[in-house]
Design a protein around this ligand. Structure first.
Ligand code: F6R
Length: 617
């Protein structure tokens, strides 16, 4: 959570930092702030609210001059979102300025010590404590900023990505990382440097970036160099400059009103990209190098444990059905946050799959570390290349969905399911748990999925029309069975997170064990009733709801006549194998929540209280 950006070089820092913050707002949008240094004085402006609010304040208050600057967009942890708690924070002397993404867990004891030495604090944040702690160390030890940062961070417990500068040294910014990401964009001829939580803020200025590893810091010297060091022992690190693959078009809305809608419509392309080079139906081949290189591990595993959070956890639930059916291996799906704290039984014969779009989710990262410490092999399914989780795993696979900026996950979910399905098919072949005829049939059907998703997206206007009827609902139930039970959970999560309507997902048959009591003529019930999945049973569930006056929105297979006669609304999707149906049934549910949220005037891309990358536990 929280986004950091910074610049040091020969250009005006202001537009670079503001545009960077806008691109990083997905990481948090409780408050925003920028500080610029023009060589004489610092110009600092910060405010509760979004970057757009900050811009207004900047216009009226503050100079925009300076070739050095740092900025921050916040997801509040310590201290409520208000102007004072916003970053950047300055030290008591006013000489040091710092932005921080993460949590300093022992900030209170450091704070008390600093108070004892005469420091006073304006904000409730751990960050103000950190900047003063660095200043105190700098003064007491009579050292340069870099050394003071290093000494301070060796005493800090928690997670951080920081950027800090000293107004006495306007040609230098120090950054450091532990648990939260930070990238350094390296400009042409080392004339300028960019700093950001991910590379999107500087993509139009440079394609060269250094990603700091945990426990590393960098001293960035304008027009000279970047020195990367280990924080614990001060040794220099030979940091690799990586070439960025991201395109500007991927991080802009491209004519869509919201990133979420753009990302929903990108799914045929995203799924195709996930297949690329991996699915070869003509040859009857699935090739995923991370899997091929570790085939023995997978084939010898006695159990697969999937760890993830939120939408990624739902993709894990779909994978449970697929792996157990195709590969005949027991699968357990765990919330990473529960797994990491409940002393789970894990052995070397377990294989853990960690799923994460961002690759930064703190609980998933901790679950991976725990599993590795017990000897399990950990395989990651991540979207963000080079992310912390991607680096922490023993091996893994990228989904290649492209940047997902809308806070509500859409294409990440379908591409996670895509890659997990490919893995299950490949393993089923290797294990002999699927006939070669079925295997080939699935490969061919997988290849047809993007075109079928395209077809579902043609329902967009129809779903919008249905959304209009339910925009004032206060509750909503989602029901599905088998492979589509996790889709019901995902549909409910999408609705609640962006429209703030209370929604629950249930296995359809569970309804009569409690939730049916909620049904009345004001309760919309979204039911996934595709023709191949326990269809008759789901039809009976629909009848049960109808007899209690519930309103049915049914997702059915093209040509369905039975549900059409009972339901209030039907959304038709193309026929496919039941195991692959989540890739289609999910789409109308994404559109439904999108349109309901838009009609309720909710901020779809930045729902309240949420952030895209949950780097705190
Ligand atoms: C919901 C959503 C979240 C994430 C969860 C895990 O739309 O986006 O529930 O799925 O925070 O995030 P990742 O996949 O980045 O680990």
């Amino acid at each position: 959570m929280c986004g950091i950006t910074g610049y040091i070089g020969y250009r005006d820092a202001f537009p670079i930092i503001i545009n960077g913050l806008k691109r990083l707002e997905y990481r948090g949008y409780d408050s925003a702030g920028v500080v610029l240094y023009d060589g004489n004085q610092i110009n600092l402006s910060k405010t509760k609210g979004k970057v757009s609010d900050l811009l207004k304040k900047f216009d009226s208050d503050t100079s925009k001059v300076g070739n050095l600057g740092i900025g921050h967009t916040r997801w509040a942890t310590h201290g409520e979102p208000n102007d004072i708690n916003s970053h950047p924070h300055t030290s008591q002397s006013g000489n040091l300025v710092l932005v921080h993404n993460g949590i300093i867990e022992n900030y209170n004891s450091i704070k008390q010590e600093l108070i004892g030495r005469g420091y006073s604090f304006q904000s409730d944040t751990d960050t103000e404590v950190l900047v003063n702690f660095i200043e105190e160390i700098k003064i007491q030890n009579n050292v340069k900023l870099g050394k003071a940062v290093q000494i301070a961070l060796n005493q800090v417990v928690g997670a951080y990505a920081i950027a800090v500068f000293d107004i006495d040294k306007p040609d230098e910014i120090i950054v450091a990382k532990l648990g939260s990401p930070i990238a350094i964009g390296v400009g042409k001829d080392l004339e300028e440097f960019f700093i950001a939580s991910d590379a999107s803020p500087f993509i139009e200025y440079t394609r060269n970036a250094i990603y700091l590893e945990d426990g590393e810091m960098a001293i960035i010297k304008k027009r000279r160099e970047v020195i990367v060091k280990k924080i614990d022992d001060d040794t220099n690190v030979d940091a690799k400059v990586q070439e960025l693959q991201m395109n500007l078009g991927e991080i802009e809305k491209n004519g869509y009103e919201h990133f979420m809608l753009k990302e929903i419509h990108e799914q045929p392309r995203a799924i195709t990209d996930t297949f690329r080079g991996r699915l070869l139906p003509e040859e009857g081949i699935i090739k995923i190098s991370g899997l091929e290189n570790n085939m023995k591990r997978f084939l010898n595993a006695e159990r697969i444990i999937i760890v993830a959070c939120g939408t990624s956890w739902h993709a894990g639930l779909v994978a449970e059905y697929i792996f157990e059916e195709f590969v005949r291996i027991p699968v357990e799906v765990e919330y990473a946050s529960e797994f990491r704290y409940r002393n789970p039984i894990i052995t070397e014969r377990d294989l853990v799959i960690a799923i994460s779009q961002s690759g930064e989710t703190a609980d998933t990262l901790a679950a991976i570390k725990l599993a590795k410490s017990k000897g399990a092999f950990v395989f990651g399914v991540c979207n963000v290349v080079g992310s912390s989780i991607a680096r922490e795993n023993d091996s893994g696979v990228y989904t290649h969905a492209g940047p997902e900026i809308g806070v509500a996950s859409t294409k990440a979910f379908t591409t996670q399911i895509t890659v997990l399905t490919l893995m299950a098919l490949r393993l089923a072949r290797a294990k002999g748990t699927m006939t070669s005829a079925d295997y080939r049939m699935y490969l061919q059907e997988m290849e047809r999925i993007p075109a079928k998703v395209e077809k579902v997206l043609e329902m967009d206007a129809k779903v919008e029309e249905i959304a209009r009827k339910y925009l004032l609902s206060t509750n909503c139930l989602y029901l599905g069975r088998g492979y589509n039970f996790p889709v019901a959970l995902e549909g409910a999560l999408k609705l609640k997170e962006i429209s703030y309507i209370h929604a629950e997902g249930y296995p359809a048959a569970e309804m009569k064990h409690g939730p049916i009591a909620l049904i009345d003529d004001r309760m919309p019930v979204v039911v996934i009733a595709t023709s191949r999945g326990h269809y008759d049973k789901v039809v009976s569930n629909i009848q049960e709801i109808k007899s209690r006056s519930g309103k049915i929105i049914a997702v059915v297979t093209e040509g369905d006549t039975v549900v059409r006669d009972i339901a209030d609304h039907v959304i038709e999707i193309p026929d496919t194998e039941e195991a692959l149906s989540p890739l289609l049934t999910t789409i109308p549910l994404q559109l439904l929540s999108y349109y309901i949220a838009v009609m309720r005037n909710c901020n779809v891309d930045q729902p309240r209280n949420l952030a895209k990358s949950v780097t705190v536990e």
